[in-house]
Ligand binder design. Sequence first.
Ligand SMILES: NC(=O)C1=CN([C@@H]2O[C@H](COP(=O)(O)OP(=O)(O)OC[C@H]3O[C@@H](n4cnc5c(N)ncnc54)[C@H](O)[C@@H]3O)[C@@H](O)[C@H]2O)[C@@H](O)CC1
Ligand SMILES: [K+]
Length: 511
Amino acid sequence: MRILSSEQMRAVECEALKHSQTYLRLMENAGTGAAKMIARYESPIENRRCVVLCGKGNNGGDGFVVARKLCREGAIVTCVLAGGEPRSEEAREMLRLLSLEPVSVLPLEEDRAQINLLLMEADLIVDALFGTGFQGALPDGYGFLAEMSNLSKARVYALDIPSGMNADTGITTGKCLKANQTIAFGCLKPAHLSEGAAEYLGEVAVCDIGIPEEAFSIIDDAVYLIDHDMVLPHLRQRPDDSYKGSFGYLLVVAGSLGMTGAAVLASRAASQCGTGLVYLATARSLVLPLAAHLTEQVMVPLAENEAGGISPLSLPELLPVLQKSTACVAGCGLKNTEDTRSIIRSIITNAECPVVLDADGINSVVGDINIIRCAKNGLILTPHYGEFSRLTGKTVEYIAQNRVALAKAFAQEYKVTLVLKGTTTVVALPDGSVCLNKGSNSGLAKAGSGDLLAGIIGGLLAQGLGINEAAICGVYLHSQAARLTAKRLCKTSMQPSDILNDLYLLFKELD
Ligand SMILES: NC(=O)C1=CN([C@@H]2O[C@H](COP(=O)(O)OP(=O)(O)OC[C@H]3O[C@@H](n4cnc5c(N)ncnc54)[C@H](O)[C@@H]3O)[C@@H](O)[C@H]2O)[C@@H](O)CC1
Ligand SMILES: [K+]
């Protein structure tokens, strides 16, 4: 699903006019679609008290349509007109049509006490004060409406975006209406996926407003939300006449003294995703204890250093395994030492297969960032904000506010696929495309979640998925499995190994 900025949305709406649409019909479609959704959520809508707050822009125009439609459905509707005469011809026409219905229209400045009472007694409030044209802070009168609406027990529906929020950033400067449900028009806007905006957005649903598909084609740098339809075509059916080689060989270079769990999680995740064979290369003394947790994986015991990590002396044993592997995951549970840096450098420069760098695999390239340009067959980096901060020299706060732009610039500059992990994970591709995954789940905020993700992506890569597809599908499968685990257990108690045990549910659908 597309995510467009307010400027892109305006361009698309304008383009729609060339495909026999009109602004008036788009507004009618938006209001009609939203009213239908509201009537369904509030069923039965008859005799329910509804207050529609309308601003002077086109968002207010949509509000007039909603008021007319809900009135026709039998709701008792009052419209509060903020900002005076609507600006556009279309919104003025919708106000004229509304005046033909039994709906009272109260100017905001008229009687605040009465408006306050209406909001307090309402069953539902529709927020059509501002949409994508809003910037800055709500002026006083509007602030009053936001405050009263937030105090009311009514269910609040925001049209396109909650008023008070910037559609491109999700930032609220001052007061903002808190919606239970936001109805986005035409497509999602960046604010709908913004971290920190969730308490104002409530649930988010997209309403089709009849923009023809051709009109979207003028946007060549759209951001996409990863969904089932995007992922499904890339997940492989397993023909019955196959053998283990048909599903690839993944080399996992992971684990050190004190961090063996990371190696277990990454290796098992890759196996659970259908990889033909997983090699786990790790420090020699860890092989026996790890073998107690790993039945199907093949161990590659490596020379180790005094700290219980892998020594570069092991490269003659490691590189031949890398040579016969179809993908490699490196970094989970390694330590950020000179030995690790040397091994990671050798993996990047020698691998003929695609490589996933995670955790200390990422930290290893911090002082030598140009090495990542040397990967011959694709590189995926899976940093969290802290690791990305070390990679880019930007603060975590700055990254959180500019994650899409920064991830995109990094992927383009270094020609890598970047998976920037967060409550909304950004997958930035070397060609400048960006996909977002909305999988916020506090049950994932635990050590080991990242190892699982690296293993899933590596497993998909080993089976032949393209580098970008593996990153996109891996991120989605990881969050979907975690969603199922949170349902089966709970976010507080669930562990990454529990998620591992639910992964099969996603693949079962395909069999
Ligand atoms: N353009 C179109 O064809 C369509 C637009 N639609 C609706 O139109 C909305 C966008 O309409 P507009 O561009 O008119 O934007 P808004 O309805 O958000 O209103 C913007 C108006 O408010 C003013 N404004 C912005 N920030 C302000 C502030 N802090 N204090 C006071 N005034 C402020 C602006 O100067 C402008 O006049 C969308 O969100 C959507 O709901 C839909 O009707 C579908 C079709
Ligand atoms: K709104």
